[in-house]
Design a protein around this ligand. Sequence first.
Ligand code: DAH
Length: 360
Amino acid sequence: MSNLDTLESELLTAIENAGSESALEDVRVAALGKKGSISEQMKTLGKMTAEERQVMGPALNGLKAKITTAIAARKDVLADAALEARLASETVDVTLPMRPSPTDTGRIHPVSQVIDELTAIFADMGFSIAEGPDIETDELNFTALNFPEGHPAREMHDTFFFNEKEDGERLLLRTHTSPVQIRTMRTEEPPIRVIIPGRTYRCDSDQTHTPMFHQVEGLVIDKESHLGHLKWILEEFCKAFFEVDDIKMRLRPSFFPFTAPSMEIDIQCDRSGGEVKIGQGDDWLEILGCGMVHPNVIRNCGLDPDVYQGFAWGMGIDRIAMLKYGMPDLRAFFDADVRWIQHYGFRPLDLPTLFGGLSS
Ligand code: DAH
């Protein structure tokens, strides 16, 4: 057996015996690396006579090719075996239940849902959304809205005041969303059509009152809008929101400093079965206050009440949410009890739309 034959059979045995990809790599380096046995043999070609080289050249190249092929083949076998071993050890039980994703377990709070619902309804009628800060000045919360200093209507708002500042100004937590009417009229050119959802605060707590609650205000200001338009808008809103074909409404005279005339609106309901059903029966339920914006308020915003007119309304969001979804106690809205939100909450991807259905 020639030297080359011996080398070949030694290398083939080593390749066959390599038990892992890294052991095989060692064999490759030992044969074909810079100082490998085949490479060393190659280097001797230069010193050979032409005749010797004619024989040894092809023989060495043949050996190199054979070993390279053998290593590649062994590598495939080892990679397959490694994969088999991994598959055997890392079993996956495809029958196990999947871990639910946050979009399955998370819930949207009914107040957020109802804000989305009423936004969808009013946006469809051409309203945009306006917002203002929770901490307000006395001027915007009261004075500009035509509550004169010392007027008893101020007392009815059970206001949370901050401590007086050095300059004597006393900020407060807004008691209603109406100050955003002023902010809007002072910054936007009529025609104005906005709804203003947001948090409001009053020092009050029982089954249907919490110190923080939500209102949505509506404001329309232009040159000709009147109570007929207001009635139509609120009727359409109530039908869409309570998802009923028809609803009877009753307008009762009332008083708000910032509207004249002022009204409260009741909607038809049925209380006979222990729960309140909207759009049937012959009982009434108050749901909002409204009226034509008082000329003083329009003037306080720098607009001429002989040119501009319009109407506004204010509605409790929590209250209409309780009515629509049958939630008896308002305080539970803000208890952060996960069982409550799992029961009354909405699935995150079921966004309310007019075409898809508000609450389906
Ligand atoms: N701001 C009133 C409240 O909190 C609600 C209200 C009544 C708002 C009549 C209005 C309105 O815009 O016109 O009791």
